[in-house]
Write a protein that binds this ligand. Structure first.
Ligand code: TYM
Length: 339
């Protein structure tokens, strides 16, 4: 029988660019809900992950603070949740090394995100990019986290996290690491590009028109939605009718997630209407939800010292949980601790 682990939520976001509507709906908004439901929540801006692809140092610092501002503006309360940047808690990187010795090369070779990111030039990708999923497993397991809210694109990494936990437990004959549950729920676990409904909305897409950034103003949001690719047919009555219409389905899902409604309900309201009607309503809704967030991000950005203080305080509280778990790991593995 596996021991019971106390429910604990962990998740992370890379500061490798500005955050998008995909990050907000697929991750941040759901992070806030779990915090507000009273769960113990630990949220991390994963700067060590970001440098698996080269980052200009001053930009990395600015993007880390901007991501912290986005968390807070979206509703993360740094007193109720722990909010920090990964590099301030070295236990992540230390456990990742041990996991590098647990995970198999064959497992890493199956990671589709590495293949996507490294592209045809995999020989020239950083070793960090290849080992990335092992650090991600350490992020989660160094807190014995049981629940990890993420978007659909992180599913394979979370399966690997479970594989690493299971192999560690098996190899050392312990029930030490929990088998973490991915939490992938709601209408917006995979928000797609506004230019192409078959690819994910991403901060790294070269076209700014493909995404809504959390820092976009009302005009930019409305303009991007107006220009979003669609098809000429009106909205159908049922979800079935969206099957082969990825762009239409994406906009309906975005509307549903922003409005906290089911996609079927959105269709019930708009069935038979064209995008000439739907898009302005979607733009209005997106502006109503996102404007207060971007205004609050701007306000917070004016005081970077306060953001750094919040991240430092979060790192201290994260360290207090992670350090003892790392020490117990060292004991299990057979490392001497004599200081
Ligand atoms: P990252 O920084 O790419 O994305 C952060 C979170 O946003 C979600 N997301 C999306 N959700 C829906 N639609 C989209 N278009 C979209 N784009 C991004 C992601 O699924 C993610 O939940 N490896 C992770 C960061 C990480 C992490 C962790 C996550 C590092 N350690 C431990 C959870 C637990 C990443 O690169 O996310």
């Amino acid at each position: 029988m596996a021991p019971k682990f106390t429910p604990r939520v962990f998740s992370g976001i890379q500061p490798s660019g500005g955050l998008t509507l995909g990050n907000y709906l697929g991750a941040l908004k759901r992070f806030v809900r779990m915090q507000d439901e009273g769960m113990e929540t630990i949220y991390c801006i994963v700067d060590l992950h970001a440098i698996t692809v080269w980052q200009e140092p001053a930009k990395l610092r600015a993007q880390t603070r901007e991501a912290a501002a986005a968390f807070i503006a979206a509703g993360i309360d740094p007193k109720r949740s722990i909010l920090f940047n990964q590099s301030q808690v070295p236990a992540h990187a230390e456990l990742a090394w041990i996991f590098n010795c647990v995970a198999r090369v064959g497992w890493m070779n199956r990671m589709t995100q590495f293949k996507d990111k490294a592209g045809r030039n995999a020989e020239n990708a950083s070793l960090g990019l290849y080992a990335y999923p092992s650090l991600m497993a350490a992020d989660i397991l160094v807190y014995h986290a049981t629940h990890v809210p993420v978007g659909e694109d992180q599913k394979q990494h979370l399966e690997l996290t479970r594989d690493i936990a299971a192999k560690f437990n098996h190899d050392y004959g312990v029930e030490f690491f929990p088998l973490t549950e991915p939490v992938i729920e709601g209408a917006a676990t995979r928000v797609m590009s506004l230019r192409d409904g078959t690819v994910k909305m991403s901060k790294s897409d070269p076209s700014d028109q493909s995404r809504i950034n959390l820092t976009d103003d009302a005009d930019a949001i409305a303009q991007k939605i107006r220009k979003a690719r669609t098809d000429p047919a009106p909205l159908p009555e049922t979800l079935d009718g969206l099957k082969d219409r990825p762009e239409a389905r994406n906009l309906v899902n975005i509307y549903a997630a922003l409005a906290d409604r089911a996609p079927a309900e959105v269709l019930a309201e708009f069935a038979g209407q064209g995008f000439g009607v739907f898009k302005p309503r979607l733009a209005e809704l997106a502006v109503a939800v996102l404007s207060p967030i971007s205004a609050e991000m701007k306000r917070l950005a004016a005081d970077p010292a306060e953001i750094d203080r919040i991240l430092g305080d979060g790192a201290n509280r994260a360290e207090a949980i992670a350090r003892p778990i790392l020490e117990r790991t060292h004991d299990i593995v057979g490392m001497i601790r004599s200081r």
